[in-house]
Design a protein around this ligand. Structure first.
Ligand code: PLP
Length: 389
């Protein structure tokens, strides 16, 4: 690495491959035709960066964007993104009026209806509402018992010109386990809820229930629109299928330059607690990433690739740093320099490289969390941005 390259490439970085995002969007869009794709870009696009990902996804053919919070949707609008956006998670303190003024579609599970109508009256602009039915997840969404009342109330407001019911939606609980019968039951309840809305006169633009796992495993769940998060980032929602097997390309690569290398004797304790002690003379490499950067503290044993070889993290992961044991391999001594070498924690998984799934296993979590929790102290570096607009 030359001095000038050091300025271009931050020493610690999450590289986001926008060509991978575009590839994944195109691939998933083809799978669901004629249904359309909503790129779910909540939580800073699962840690990948909301605005660049949203723009790349739209360029590659996504028709909608999805976020949890109205505040996230407003950030998209402030960046000049005019595509249809749905926000679905609110509290009484959410800014429904700002959402209406920004032309944001609003998910409504029940209590929000009065707030949405009040906002519509204030800004004299009808709201675009997607009614949400809880078909079994037990989180947001109207219960089946309250659904008919919610629909008829919403239709009355529609008749008064205060809103339009443009969508009905729901969310799966176990779509990552396609063989479970609850998926069938949720779909059955969803169809029923849609029928109730349509019988009440709703002229729905979009019926949507599928997330990434349902989109890949249940063609009968595609309806008009599919809300895809994990898949557009190139990660697999299934325990027994890799990204590559699904034709997806992981978009985030987490890297740092090695900060220190030292040769130690047998018996050297490593990191807080001294839980790891070298069994033989060893070379230790220090990686300048820690739990402040979003690497889970519990994930000792997670893989780090340096100069083409993958090593496990040893000892406790600290706030800013972690240690890998390069062993007593003479090739380390004879090989390329370790200080300043690129250490890769996870990435595309090509060439046997480390993966977010391996970090998830080390941390007792899922790949969703590994990428999403990478924090703001790690600069995002966008590669393959494609032609400027
Ligand atoms: C986050 C979220 C999604 C996206 O789920 P993936 O499994 O990442 O595709 C879809 N719908 C809702 C309601 C969500 O909260």
């Amino acid at each position: 690495m030359t001095l000038s390259e050091q300025h271009v490439f931050p020493e610690r970085r999450a590289e986001i491959d926008l060509d991978a995002i575009r590839h994944n969007v195109r691939r998933l869009s083809a799978v669901i035709l004629p249904a359309k794709l909503m790129a779910v870009v909540k939580a800073d696009a699962y840690g990948h960066g909301m605005i660049p990902v949203a723009k790349a996804a739209l360029k590659a053919g996504a028709h909608w964007l999805g976020v949890a919070h109205i505040s996230e949707a407003l950030t998209l609008r402030q960046a000049g993104i005019g595509a249809p956006v749905l926000a679905w998670l609110h509290t009484p303190a959410s800014d429904f009026r700002a959402a209406l003024e920004a032309g944001i579609d609003i998910g409504c599970s029940g209590w929000e209806l009065e707030y949405i109508v009040a906002a519509a009256r204030e800004c004299q602009r009808p709201a675009r509402v997607h009614l949400k039915i809880d078909t079994g997840l037990g989180r947001n969404g109207s219960t089946a018992a309250l659904w008919d009342a919610l629909v008829s109330e919403a239709m009355q407001y529609q008749d008064q010109g205060l809103l339009r019911v443009v969508g009905v939606f729901s969310h799966f609980a176990v779509a990552d386990e396609p063989e479970r019968a609850e998926n069938d039951e949720q779909l059955r309840r969803f169809r029923e809820a849609v029928a109730v809305a349509e019988d009440a006169g709703a002229d729905l633009e979009v019926r949507h229930v599928a997330n990434t796992p349902a989109m890949l495993s249940r063609p009968d769940a595609h309806f008009d629109l599919v809300r895809a998060g994990l898949g557009i980032y190139g990660l697999s929602p299934f325990e027994n299928q890799t990204s590559a097997q699904l034709g997806l390309r992981p978009a985030m690569t987490l890297k740092a330059l090695v900060a220190s290398r030292k040769d130690v004797p047998a018996g050297q304790g490593v990191s807080y607690g001294l839980n790891y002690v070298t069994a033989r003379p060893s070379t230790l490499a220090l990686i300048p990433l820690g739990y402040a950067d979003g690497v889970p503290r519990i994930a000792t044993g997670g893989p780090v690739r340096i100069n083409g070889t993958t090593y496990p993290v040893v000892g406790r992961i600290a706030m800013d740093q972690m240690v890998v044991d390069l062993g007593a391999d003479t090739s380390v001594a004879a090989g390329p320099p370790v200080v300043g070498a690129e250490a890769e924690l996870f990435g595309t998984g090509d060439d046997g490289g480390p993966t977010a799934e391996q970090w998830a296993a080390a941390a007792g979590t899922i790949n969703y969390e590994i990428v999403t929790r990478i924090g703001p102290r790690v600069p995002r570096v966008y590669v393959n941005e494609g032609p400027a607009e």
